[in-house]
Ligand binder design. Structure first.
Ligand SMILES: [Cu+2]
Length: 326
């Protein structure tokens, strides 16, 4: 009896282990399947987010682009600045038949010569140098891009592009006053095929125009937010550029005058590395023509921020606005 019971007990025990193993295996299998499904869902979300995103990377003093063509219509540009300097991306739509070689041969040298003369205090000669810009340069259209971006930072802007030849460029300056442009410029072709993507839904709207400066609702809360920038009347300022919108983190107690001066390229050390301390550039939307709009998406933490145009006397023009994120 005892022996039989023991046998039954042993059998039951083995059976239990067996069932346990089967159940265990099934659970493990189901768990793996669940994990796989979760991973697939995550990949799908990521690939959906990355769909139509044109990611540009800088490691030192270059633009690495995923392709030299882009669809027309709305495009999301993500910029990863993995270098040690501040950079920006401006989209320049070139006139028919003109391209990057013409830019390097006829545009960059005139700007550099003019800048060097400004640094020497020779303002009249500088004007003459800028006067050497080719006539066709007047036909270049600025169609947005990503605002100033600090080292180790990522930014995202959404802009609308018409078909044509574009030069993307960064005109921040090295420590010796040389524009980054020769090394940081790439030609991209925007095709007739529409991207098919809709502009993002905006959390906040910024209006900017020559007469009123920057206007927006300053009640901004933390989190990942998308700003829509509406360009009203656009104009060429004293430094030959039009106004744009950059978003900047501002350390407590930092002198805003330093920011105002630095973002103006025509100041002797304007846009020249090193950038002033106490500010972290988080992108924005580069200039575009009157009536156009662009978007930028930024992850906001509680603290002090500024919206600023890279123009001379931005404060006076209402193009430097500070706000606090709670
Ligand atoms: Cu640069």
């Amino acid at each position: 009896m005892f022996v039989r019971n023991l046998k039954i007990a042993r059998l039951s025990f083995l059976l239990l282990i067996g069932i346990g193993l089967i159940v265990g295996c099934k659970n493990e299998k189901e768990k793996n399947e669940d994990d796989n499904m979760e991973a697939t869902a995550e990949e799908e979300i990521t690939s959906l987010e990355n769909k139509n995103v044109f990611t540009i990377t800088t490691r030192s003093m270059e633009f690495t682009i995923p392709s030299d063509t882009l669809p027309s219509g709305w495009n999301t540009i993500r910029y990863k600045n993995n270098s040690n300097e501040v950079h920006l991306i401006l989209f320049d739509k070139y006139p028919e038949g003109k391209g990057i070689e013409d830019a390097h041969k006829e545009v960059v040298p005139s700007f550099q010569e003019g800048m060097d003369l400004i640094n020497e205090g020779k303002m009249e000669e500088a004007q003459a140098a800028f006067g050497k810009l080719p006539e066709w340069f007047q036909e270049v259209e600025f169609t947005g891009g990503v605002g100033l971006l600090s080292p180790g930072t990522e930014a995202q802007s959404t802009i609308k592009l018409e078909p044509g030849t574009y030069i993307i460029e960064c005109y921040v300056k090295m420590t010796d006053g040389t524009f980054h442009t020769l090394q940081m410029s790439e030609q991209v072709q925007v095709t007739d095929t529409d991207s098919g993507i809709e502009p993002p839904k905006a959390d906040y709207v910024i209006d900017i125009d020559g007469a009123n400066g920057i206007q927006f609702d300053e009640n901004v809360t933390s989190g990942k937010k998308t700003f829509q920038v509406n360009y009203g009347e656009q104009k060429v300022h004293e430094h030959y550029l039009q106004h744009d919108v950059n978003i900047v983190w501002v350390d407590e107690g930092t002198d805003m005058a330093k920011l105002e001066k630095w973002v103006n390229w025509s100041e002797p050390t304007g846009l020249q590395t090193p950038a002033p301390e106490g500010f972290r550039f988080l992108g924005g939307v580069q200039e575009m023509k009157s009536g156009d709009k662009g978007f930028f998406t930024v992850d906001l933490k509680p603290g002090n921020y500024a919206l600023i145009s890279e123009v001379p006397n931005s404060q006076e023009k209402g193009m430097l606005k500070t706000f606090t994120v709670k």
